[in-house]
Write a protein that binds this ligand. Structure first.
Ligand code: GLU
Length: 476
């Protein structure tokens, strides 16, 4: 019987959504969307000291911005809730009880001081530092008596004396030797469950079929397999994706630039470009294709092609990719994204208030943009009249020939029809009068009107600036 794919993203809300976390979420989401399965968002907030509501809000906001919609989780009810670990304590207790009943876990009454003394002694005698099993075989009666007397205790898993093997979809065969682990705690004396226990209980209870997460969790998997076995539950399939590195091949950190998804949203990146970029950080289709739409990724994605070697977070590449996605947008789609950016930075710019001119402006600057925020600089480069940007530019507009050209052009522009064909004819006619053609014709006009030797299409600039403003700049 083929099992329904149920995958999850399980962030701890102790900070912002990191690009590494977003990639984990994305791999899970893509797999669910590809297979018609379910994508579950679970908030792992049992660390009450470090978890915050602000972090939860930020996580949900950034997930929504990326378009990583979840089928079960916060704000979306489902049959396996609640989806906040802090609201699931009763469930963990129930499962711990089950382990106590079947004998694969036991209460341990050793105090912190006793444990510390044991550890020190073991260290001096060069013995294993694992729990020595003092409470492993206490009689039922003694246990009941001590609990009834109110003695504090933790619950430990009885770790079987055997090796564990995982067939990881990415890493292949992973093996843990029996001696690497002693009986470990699953419930603290306060009754609070430990992280590895919660993860297993939740993954089992939520019927997770595949656990796709970062390599750094691989060490937890050993304990988790032991807990699954103790519960008599078949573990899910695991896929541990490699770490993401900075360009200097060390673990990605703030030193390498922004690492939060929210920051990229603020910096004018498009969610679809972010998705494209993150998907290729440690996954590929088996070729060197680089540009994918979200829909295309949903079709091609497979867990088997998650790469064993780490992905390198290359900012320049992300920017390039964003430009590719941005330029592929229709003006209709781009306009509502660029409009608020422009209006925020240039609240008094009258041309932005005219819908027709605004549309022409967006059309004009699109090919010069890599990020939404670039719109401001590109637009300002010609919306604001400015002095020549350098000596070369200044020289270009101070020759006699160029002065003749500007005078002739002003005359032509004053009377031509103010449409593209009109400007083109006027420029041609003025060039003839002044004896200028080619570069000698277009460059000085561009510099005279915008101050710079580069920028978007000149004819488009004329369109946006309007006759009056162009004449003013030519006659200046
Ligand atoms: N809560 C863990 C984290 O944020 C993830 C646990 C898991 O994916 O198994 O790193």
């Amino acid at each position: 019987m083929s099992q329904q794919v149920r995958v999850r993203f399980a962030p701890s809300p102790t900070g912002y959504l990191h690009v590494g976390g977003a990639r984990t979420a994305l791999f899970n989401w893509l797999y669910a969307r590809k297979t018609g399965g379910k994508f579950i968002l679970r908030i792992e907030d049992t660390d009450v000291e470090r978890s915050t509501q602000e972090a939860v809000d930020g996580l949900l906001r950034d997930m929504k911005w990326l378009g990583l919609t979840w089928d079960e989780g916060p704000e979306v009810d489902g049959p396996h809730g609640p989806y906040f670990q802090s609201q699931r304590l009763e469930i963990y207790k129930k499962y711990a009880e089950k382990l106590l009943q079947n004998g694969s876990a036991y209460p341990c009454f050793c105090s912190e001081e006793e444990l510390e003394a044991k550890r020190q002694k073991a260290e001096e005698e060069h013995r294993s530092l694992h729990y020595d099993g003092t409470c492993r075989n206490l009689g039922k009666e003694e246990v009941e008596k001590r609990i009834a007397a109110g003695e504090p205790y933790v619950v430990r898993v009885r770790v079987p004396d055997k090796d564990y093997v995982l067939n990881d979809l990415v890493r292949g065969r992973v093996e843990w030797k029996s001696e690497t682990l002693g009986d470990f705690i699953i419930l603290r004396s306060s009754g609070m469950p430990v992280y590895n226990f919660c993860v297993v209980v939740d993954d089992a209870d939520m019927q997770i079929s595949h656990v796709v997460r970062a390599e750094e969790h691989l060490t937890n998997t050993h304990r988790q397999l032991i807990i699954y076995e103790a519960l008599g539950i078949t573990p899910p399939t695991f896929a541990h994706a490699s770490l993401i590195l900075g360009e200097d091949k060390t673990k990605l950190s703030k030193r390498h630039g922004a690492t939060s998804v929210g920051q990229y949203a603020l910096d004018g990146f498009l969610p679809e470009a972010m998705i494209n970029f993150l998907a290729l950080l440690g996954w590929n289709e088996g070729n060197d294709r680089e540009i994918y739409s979200v829909e295309e990724l949903k079709e091609c994605f497979t867990l088997e092609r998650i790469s064993k070697s780490p992905g390198v977070f290359d900012h320049a590449k992300l920017t390039w990719m964003n430009g590719q996605h941005l330029r592929a947008l229709s003006v209709e789609n781009l306009l509502p994204m660029v409009e608020p950016v422009l209006k925020k930075e240039m609240p008094d710019e009258p041309r932005l208030q005219n819908p027709e001119i605004l549309r022409k402006l967006v059309e004009l600057i699109q090919i010069k943009m890599n990020k939404l925020n670039d719109a401001v600089e590109v637009a300002k480069s010609f919306l604001n009249a400015s002095q020549p940007e350098n000596e070369e530019a200044a020289a270009m507009i101070s020759t006699d020939k160029s002065k003749d050209l500007f005078a002739a052009l002003a005359e032509e522009f004053a009377s031509c029809e103010w449409v593209r064909e009109g400007y083109n004819a006027a420029i041609k006619a003025a060039g003839k009068t002044a004896g200028a053609k080619g570069k000698e014709l277009f460059m000085p006009i561009r510099v005279k009107i915008t101050g710079t030797c580069h920028g978007p299409d000149l004819v488009g600039i004329l369109d946006v600036l309007g006759r009056e403003e162009v004449l003013k700049r030519l006659r200046n």
